[in-house]
Write a protein that binds this ligand. Structure first.
Ligand SMILES: *[C@@H]1O[C@H](CO)[C@@H](O)[C@H](O)[C@H]1NC(C)=O
Ligand SMILES: *[C@@H]1O[C@H](CO)[C@@H](O)[C@H](O)[C@H]1NC(C)=O
Ligand SMILES: *[C@@H]1O[C@H](CO)[C@@H](O)[C@H](O)[C@H]1NC(C)=O
Ligand SMILES: *[C@@H]1O[C@H](CO)[C@@H](O)[C@H](O)[C@H]1NC(C)=O
Ligand SMILES: *[C@@H]1O[C@H](CO)[C@@H](O)[C@H](O)[C@H]1NC(C)=O
Ligand SMILES: *[C@@H]1O[C@H](CO)[C@@H](O)[C@H](O)[C@H]1NC(C)=O
Ligand SMILES: *[C@@H]1O[C@H](CO)[C@@H](O)[C@H](O)[C@H]1NC(C)=O
Ligand SMILES: *[C@@H]1O[C@H](CO)[C@@H](O)[C@H](O)[C@H]1NC(C)=O
Length: 315
């Protein structure tokens, strides 16, 4: 009879050892790549910046309306700089409109479930041609100012890049915070939003993939090459390894190392890539520095996490 407590003790020891072994084999990312330690509310507040970016970038170019035109009182703040109605084909316009409108529902659900009150303060967005050109200038390593410039609103191929970029930030952040969200309502909310956004990202990547061999006017290279260069730039700015990938990749980045087709990017086991707050800020600011605003957020992001990053001067 004494054997039973003994067995329990043995099992407990085993369980303890296996957690020890797990802890030992999971390598922590370097400090500049780790997620910020923050509350669930702060994480939702952080993601609102990118949700608002996505909605404004999808609705203004597709139907010439902003968040407050569709659902007054949800947000308050400056109108985005440089939005234009985009020259999209009808099918793409419908799709972009739908995804933009869906974002408004997500915004409302976040306000309803978490402790964030409407109106949500909007960050100053810059979605002008000039802001997007900063990325292109960096991609092409181009210091001359006089080259043909990238205009995301000029045609469907060009717009899809800007749209995929905005959706990608959201997906990578959802993947990053999902494991640490506290509260059943909050977890259900986040998985509902994240699964929807993964669908959006996949649909947009599939649209880009259908155009992989077409050129992106006024440039001379194809959608495939530009996706690859854009991914390289994002990885370079974020400084935490390869987490953005092109549509056509070397075999070692393809699923099971067996294909060069890469409509949906993923890690060695095709799991979604996660990015931390600072990684995303380094890319969206275009400066590679989370305390140096620029690019799509010329005055920086709103919320407690970006404020702390600024105060601590974390790059
Ligand atoms: C696109 O939609 C507009 C307005 O709804 C319509 O006038 C036009 O004929 C459509 N174009 C095509 C190619 O279907
Ligand atoms: C807000 O949340 C409550 C319960 O958490 C729910 O019953 C209600 O339908 C939600 N409202 C909206 C507009 O989502
Ligand atoms: C720009 O430079 C980076 C590294 O400095 C390189 O990986 C990339 O291929 C270059 N882009 C072009 C278009 O030459
Ligand atoms: C793009 O070009 C490659 C190589 O020429 C070809 O294998 C592929 O099927 C093309 N893709 C599309 C979507 O046209
Ligand atoms: C565009 O690319 C083609 C093929 O690579 C090349 O022959 C042509 O000179 C390029 N045109 C410009 C304007 O760079
Ligand atoms: C871009 O393409 C080059 C050449 O095929 C490849 O070495 C690189 O890994 C690709 N980068 C990404 C981020 O897809
Ligand atoms: C694919 O290649 C990487 C190295 O590039 C390796 O770590 C991984 O185990 C390979 N995956 C498979 C399924 O062979
Ligand atoms: C990041 O930007 C801040 C503010 O401009 C600056 O103080 C800091 O030195 C920069 N860090 C790096 C690594 O460039």
């Amino acid at each position: 009879m004494a054997s039973r407590p003994c067995l329990y003790a043995f099992l407990l020891l085993l369980a303890f050892q296996s957690t020890m072994i797990k802890v030992n084999t999971v390598s922590l990312p370097p400090p500049e790549c780790r997620p910020e330690v923050a509350s669930t509310k702060d994480k939702f507040e952080f993601l609102l910046n990118f949700l608002i970016l996505k909605i404004e970038l999808f609705l203004r170019p597709s139907i010439d309306r902003g968040i407050n035109d569709i659902s007054p009182g949800l947000v308050q703040g400056p109108v985005p700089i440089g939005a234009e109605v985009a020259n999209l084909d009808n099918a793409t316009r419908k799709m972009i409109e739908e995804f933009g409108l869906a974002g408004i529902g997500h915004l409302r659900a976040i306000i309803n479930t978490t402790l964030l009150n409407a109106p949500i303060p909007m960050p100053q967005l810059d979605i002008s041609r000039q802001a997007y050109n900063i990325f292109l200038t960096l991609i092409l390593n181009d210091t001359k100012k006089s080259n043909p410039s990238y205009n995301p609103y000029a045609n469907t191929n060009s717009f899809l890049f800007a749209a995929v970029f905005a959706s990608s930030f959201l997906n990578q952040y959802y993947a990053g915070i999902m494991p640490s969200i506290v509260g059943n309502d909050e977890r259900r909310l986040l998985s509902g939003i994240a699964l929807y956004e993964a669908g959006v990202f996949g649909a947009l990547r599939a649209e880009l993939n259908a155009r992989v061999n077409l050129t992106v006017p006024p440039f001379n290279f194809t959608v495939g090459i530009l996706t690859n260069l854009t991914a390289q730039l994002a990885n370079q700015l974020a400084r935490c390894g390869v987490k953005d990938e092109g549509l056509i990749v070397p075999l070692q980045l393809g699923a099971e190392n067996r294909t060069r087709s890469n409509v949906v990017p993923g890690d060695v086991n095709s799991l979604a890539y996660a990015r931390s707050e600072r990684e995303i800020m380094r890319i969206a600011y275009t400066t590679g520095n989370a305390t140096r605003p620029g690019g799509l957020f010329p005055r920086g992001l709103k919320g407690a996490i970006p404020r702390r990053i600024r105060t601590l001067k974390l790059s």
